[in-house]
Design a protein around this ligand. Structure first.
Ligand code: FVH
Length: 306
């Protein structure tokens, strides 16, 4: 398995030779992907369950496929971007052996387990499988900040890397097909956790008619400064050295009831933060009072994996 790589930018690279690519699924994201391939000079065939969505892309030079099988027939490289992997499984089941000899790049959001299952399905049908996790919204595709995690068939990835660079940076995670989804979901976990805190803070300040937008001027630099400590926190998680002289779990556990009480007093639901009190309480009960917050990453693991 190769070492994870940094996203490689496509901006300064020479334009890759035009190739034939089929894009199956033209929702907001699939349409952005197909447009990026067209802009990069490739021959693009498009298919969507609701045929009307092919219109704008055909106007830009794409060829419409009337059926998924026609899209598969048209190109050696197939990009699939549907709503869920259940939709992908259903689509692939209808295609069967027609995918033989093709490279299938699945950019649908899903779980590592689903990616491994789809990879096994592809292998059974003599197709090469690459799973991807898109770290961008459709408007960012092909821009400087977009990148995509990839994992699965490394030879196929290397063969198509230049074409895939049309979407943004390419970040190879390894030959286990589940790794792209794992990294994707881990980054999004950090994002959701952050926004949960931001939204709770907004709800709290609004109870006193403080402008949430104005408050964000304090919040953004504060969160940014706190996040600068993430590598140190990560090191503690990696090494299991959780003892701290900064802010112990005992101190956090003693203070956290103030947060929950304030939410209730001010008429804000504590439902998103009560689980945090519960794990702080468990950390003390299990004897980790002198450790820092990094210990919680261990406590979050299912018992049999600790
Ligand atoms: N949009 C975003 O910001 C995020 C960014 C990160 C990656 N996600 C994931 O990308 C997948 C597609 O998302 P999307 O934004 O394109 O979603 P929609 O615009 O809702 O399009 C959904 C497409 O899926 C087709 N589809 C749904 N069910 C089926 C089915 N049973 N069989 C075949 N196709 C199906 C749908 O077709 P239609 O409704 O137009 O006929 C659209 O093409 C997703 O995994 C995100 O999590 C996007």
């Amino acid at each position: 398995m190769s070492a994870p790589s940094q996203p490689s930018a496509s901006a300064s690279a020479p334009a890759p030779a035009p190739v034939s690519v089929s894009v199956l699924g033209l929702g907001m994201m699939g349409s952005a992907l197909a447009a990026a391939l067209l802009n990069a000079g490739h021959r693009v065939t498009v298919w969507n369950r609701s045929a009307a969505k092919t219109g704008p892309l055909v106007a830009q030079g794409a060829m419409p496929a009337a059926t998924p099988a026609e899209a598969v027939e048209a190109s050696p490289l197939l990009i699939v971007c549907l709503l869920t992997n259940d939709n992908v499984t259903e689509l692939l089941s209808s295609l069967g052996d027609t995918v033989s000899g093709k490279t299938l790049v699945n950019l649908t959001n899903g779980t590592p387990a689903q990616a491994r299952e789809l990879s096994a399905w592809a292998a059974k049908h003599d197709a090469r499988y690459i799973d991807g996790g898109i770290m961008a919204v459709p408007q960012m595709i092909a821009g400087p900040d977009a990148f995509v995690f990839y994992s699965g068939d490394e030879e196929a990835f290397e063969a198509h890397r230049d074409t895939l660079a049309a979407f943004g940076g390419t970040k190879w995670e390894g030959s286990d097909p589940g790794l792209a989804a794992l990294n994707d979901l881990a980054l999004l976990t950090g994002m959701y956790g952050m926004f949960v805190g931001v939204l709770q803070a907004f709800a709290l300040v609004r109870t006193e008619n403080i402008s949430a937008e104005k408050f964000s001027e304090l919040l953004v630099p504060w969160i940014t400064a706190m996040l600068a400590g993430a590598p140190e926190l990560g090191r503690a998680v990696d090494t299991g050295q959780h003892l701290t002289d900064v802010s112990s779990l005992a101190v956090n556990q003693a203070a956290f009831p103030n947060f929950l009480a304030t939410y209730r007093d001010q008429g804000v639901s504590p439902e998103l933060f009560e689980p945090f009190q519960a794990i702080l309480d468990r950390s003390i009960a299990e004897g980790h009072a002198a450790d820092g917050l990094s210990r919680l990453a261990d406590l979050l693991k299912a018992e049999h994996t600790r």
